[in-house]
Design a protein around this ligand. Structure first.
Ligand SMILES: C[S@@+](CC[C@H](N)C(=O)[O-])C[C@H]1O[C@@H](n2cnc3c(N)ncnc32)[C@H](O)[C@@H]1O
Length: 371
């Protein structure tokens, strides 16, 4: 456990009375952080044994890396942080890993493609967009093709909690909400990090999922987006594509866990089958599950015998694609986000057009009025 003045450098401000609580949380959340990263890897069918060299980007005092010591025999571990005091403490106490004090902006000293796994908790939650892009490009350079990069962002959960607190304090939160909805990214400089031990560029960033899909896609394949996947932060699972490789299909876990169960096979005529399938199917979780339920419900409602053939086809499809369904999970989520985004852009554009038309009409009226 690092001394409390070092823990302060990686957490929100806390008072002396909370010290014991903070001590306990430091251990518990570090351990839990590892489980969360494992869940992120599992969402794309990977685990620690797939990797040989890991970088913890923004490793702090090694709060997470300390729990990975049992893997040190097969997984070379590195930590990078801009804070030399944290790097010094980690180097002395978390000895199975190598810690490096890094620059405020890239490049880092590591060669191209040096790592096949990058883990992270809470750095992109503190950088403005320009710095985020610089670091996304650098992490891409450091990661070997096929490697995985796990990054956390403040998503909806953290944003809602933050603005609820601000509203309670009497602040007008509407502008924050508008910026996040419009831009997909919000950087708040007027925050509690002013006057802290952090560099002056270290503040608070929030992300909308659609922004992550749309923008980060330029650097990596976005393979999964797990809301609140890492201690209240959203966890983003990225894959380093090969240079010039086509963009891979996104793979996510979003609600797909139940898709393992194959479609139950039942005998009887189409309607009897429909009824039995409807009763026996596990609760729908993935997108395909919902489609199946809808088809079944519609068939039962209309007593449509022709639906039998369709049901057979759907059941067959479901059985053959149970594994695929997990992969499809993230697709509806990202499409939904994109649809929201397109809706916003459209209403913005329409409003702008209306303003132009009004202005033109006013100019025409003035023109007509000229003698
Ligand atoms: C909220 S703390 C999280 C620390 C650690 N990941 C953990 O979960 O305990 C953010 C850490 O990122 C470091 N950091 C911020 N920007 C960085 C950058 N550009 N490069 C490396 N480290 C950075 C900070 O110094 C700090 O230690």
């Amino acid at each position: 456990m690092p001394p409390l003045e070092l823990v302060r450098r990686i957490s929100q401000p806390f008072s002396a009375e909370d010290a014991e609580q903070i001590r306990l949380a430091y251990s518990a959340t570090g351990h839990d952080g590892v489980r969360r990263l494992e869940a992120g890897l599992a969402a794309v069918g990977r685990d620690w044994t797939d990797f040989s060299r890991l970088l913890d980007f923004g490793s702090g005092p090694g709060r997470i890396l300390r729990w990975l010591e049992p893997l040190a025999g097969s997984l070379e571990q590195h930590g990078l942080d801009v804070d030399p005091a944290l790097v010094a403490w980690a180097s002395e106490h978390v000895t199975h890993a190598t810690f490096t004090a890094g620059p405020h902006e890239p490049p880092t000293p590591y060669p191209d493609g040096h790592f096949n796994l990058v883990i992270n908790h809470s750095v992109f939650t503190h950088l403005d967009e320009r710095r985020q892009d610089l670091w996304l490009a650098e992490l891409r350079r450091l990661t070997a093709p096929g490697g995985i990069v796990l990054l956390t962002v403040h998503g909806a959960a953290r944003f809602n909690a933050a603005i609820a607190e601000m509203a309670r304090a009497g602040e007008d939160v509407a502008p924050y909400r508008r910026t996040l909805e419009r831009d997909g990214i919000l950087f708040v400089e007027d925050d509690t990090y002013i006057g802290s031990s952090h560099p002056d560029w270290y503040h608070t960033a929030f992300h909308a999922p659609w922004y992550v899909f749309e923008h980060w896609h330029r650097f990596f394949g976005v393979r999964a987006y797990l809301p609140e996947g890492s201690q209240g932060h959203d966890l983003v699972v990225l894959e380093r594509r090969g240079d010039g490789e086509p963009v891979p299909e996104p793979i996510g876990h979003a609600g797909g866990a139940a898709a393992e169960a194959p479609a139950p096979r039942v005998a009887g005529g189409p309607l009897a089958q429909a009824r039995r399938l409807h009763e026996n199917w596990p609760a729908p979780r993935g997108a395909l599950g919902h489609v199946k339920r809808r088809v079944l419900a519609a068939a039962l409602e209309r007593e449509d015998r022709r639906a039998g053939a369709l049901l057979d086809a759907v059941a067959d499809l479901a059985a053959r694609t149970a594994a695929q369904e997990r992969r499809l999970g993230v697709l509806p989520a990202s499409l939904y986000e994109q649809a929201q985004r397109i809706g916003l852009l459209r209403s913005d554009t329409e409003a702008a057009l209306r303003r132009v038309e009004e202005r033109l009409a006013a100019l025409e009226r003035r023109d007509d009025a000229q003698p």
